[in-house]
Design a binder for this molecule. Structure first.
Ligand code: FPP
Ligand code: K
Ligand code: ZN
Length: 492
């Protein structure tokens, strides 16, 4: 049953196969007839739309290893989507979100917090962010973790700026980003004061490159994760934007941490319409989110995203990530659905919508044309398709709990965080209600969340989870708290 990631990952793929299954948004959810609980024996009395209960009507005639594992994946998920694997189903044929079970799993994954000295596992800071964020989404109070987190991350900060993965490890932007978000999640002065902002600023200046992008570590790789992580760290900590003359970018004429960054991000958009880690390689959903997130920090998305991205082609590529019958997203062309893309791809939609609508609300498209929503419920993707995939296929309902990539994979902290983030954005309507008055006020846009209410709600109201900021991927009040703390500090 269990397939190893390595065998799946290394199979060849055919990049040009057409996505014939991409118009998911057209899937119409019907109000069910008399409430029927339990397992449906016969598809004729199933409340699940047939789009989610059968293999795709049109299949690729070209057989490859990729088409075979795609077919296997459809066979794997169908029993979960049709309810055969679930004991309880609501009147829409959807199982409950088992919050208690998942919270127990996450608490266990978090472990007994300080152990930065013990192991040398460089992904420990990530575990903190994933678990604390997922617990917050489930409505748990994570402030009690503050003291332990502070104690654990203090020794992994380097005097030369930034945080490493563990004690004695060189600083890296990914772990620094994860630590800053974890500190923001627990909140409070004690957590915020851990960060040495002056050395952080100096270190970021070293990472800034002559071409406008950011390296992940001094002398390390330069990619769009760097662009996003740097933008998040600078804006949450309210670091100065001016560039130190010691920066390698300074000699190239840059005077500002973000100058040339939008132009650098633009080069990551590929011929497919998606976004790659850096210019010239394959588009992947995780990088689309990084690009949109970065652009939404350096300016308001209706300006920056439209300026630096070919938005219609990006929308087309993002739309092709949603499959039927699975309902969830894949990360790239001709690859498989995976729960974590509920965030990496699903989290792109609010930023795309804001870039189309601007702060005035949803009135006009990029060229002043009225926005044509492709769904009865006015969304650019099938929210209900995604919610079905998450609730039916991504929950480990065994004693273990937690959320996962797909039924044949084990749950983990990473997938728990990003599956729940994706569920949250599918349940929420985000609107950019006010744009920053001045471009130098980084990330200072006003976003407003409300429950998404257009169309049929297929999940039970008790299964609604907390909202997560569309740019920072932590709760909005946590973003506001850390930003206002550092905004009130004039200098460092
Ligand atoms: C492929 O994995 C995955 C990638 C090429 C990108 C991974 C990057 C991220 C998940 C996020 C980075 C973002 C930040 C903010 C640090 P795979 O081949 O196992 O999966 P696939 O078959 O679904 O592509
Ligand atoms: K994957
Ligand atoms: Zn995944």
């Amino acid at each position: 049953m269990m397939k190893s990631r390595a065998t799946l990952r290394n199979r060849p793929r055919v990049i040009f196969r057409h996505h014939l299954r991409n118009n998911m948004a057209a899937a119409v959810e019907q109000q069910p007839g008399p409430a029927a609980h339990g397992v449906y024996q016969d598809t004729s009395d199933s409340p699940v739309p047939s789009l989610f209960t059968q293999p795709p009507v049109i299949r690729d005639a070209l057989e490859t290893d990729s088409s075979h594992i795609q077919n296997e994946t459809v066979e794997e998920v169908l029993p979960f989507l049709t309810g055969k694997e679930h004991r309880y189903l609501n009147s829409h044929g959807v199982p409950r979100l088992d919050k208690e079970r998942h919270a127990r799993f996450l608490t266990k994954q978090l472990g007994v917090l300080p152990s930065a000295y013990v192991g040398a596992d460089p992904s420990r800071p990530w575990i903190f962010y994933w678990c604390l964020n997922a617990l917050s989404l489930l409505g748990e109070d994570v402030e009690p973790y503050r003291a332990k987190l502070v104690e654990t991350v203090r020794p992994i900060q380097n005097e030369t700026g930034g945080f490493g993965g563990g004690f004695g490890q060189a600083s890296h932007l990914a772990t620094t980003y994860a630590v800053v978000l974890a500190l923001a999640l627990v909140g409070g002065e004690e957590a915020f004061e851990v960060v040495d902002r002056r050395s952080m600023w100096k270190w970021l200046c070293q990472l800034k490159q002559p071409d406008g992008g950011f390296q992940m570590a001094v002398g390390g790789e330069e990619d769009v994760r760097g662009a996003y992580c740097a933008a998040v760290v600078v804006s949450l900590l309210n670091l100065p934007l001016n560039l130190s003359p010691e920066s390698p970018a300074y000699a190239a004429g840059h005077t500002d941490l973000f100058s040339g960054l939008g132009e650098w991000v633009r080069l990551c958009q590929t011929y497919e319409g998606g976004v790659s880690a850096k210019h010239g390689i394959e588009a992947h959903g995780a990088y689309a989110f990084c690009a949109l997130g970065c652009l939404s920090i350096i300016d308001s998305p209706h300006r920056s995203v439209r300026r630096y991205m070919d938005v219609p082609r990006l929308i087309s590529w993002l739309s092709s990530r949603q499959y039927a019958p699975e309902g969830g997203f894949s990360g790239r062309t001709n690859k498989l659905v995976d729960g974590c893309y509920s965030h990496w791809v699903g989290g792109c939609w609010p930023l795309i919508e804001a870039s189309l609508s601007g702060p005035e609300g949803p009135t006009a498209g990029p060229a002043g044309r009225p926005l044509e929503a492709t769904d009865a419920d006015d969304s650019l993707f099938s929210r209900n398709g995604l919610i079905r995939y998450i609730l039916c296929c991504c929950q480990d309902m065994s004693k273990r709990g937690g959320l996962r990539d797909k039924p044949s994979k084990y749950s983990d902290a990473y997938h728990s965080c990003y599956v729940l983030s994706g569920l949250s954005s599918a349940q929420t309507k985000w609107r950019l209600v006010a744009s920053r008055a001045d471009e130098t006020l980084l990330g200072d846009d006003r976003w407003e969340a409300s429950p998404h209410t257009n169309g049929v709600q297929i999940f039970d109201e008790e299964d609604r989870i907390a909202t997560t900021h569309p740019v920072y991927a932590i709760p909005q009040h946590r973003v506001n708290e850390i930003r206002s703390y550092f905004l009130s500090k004039e200098s460092f």
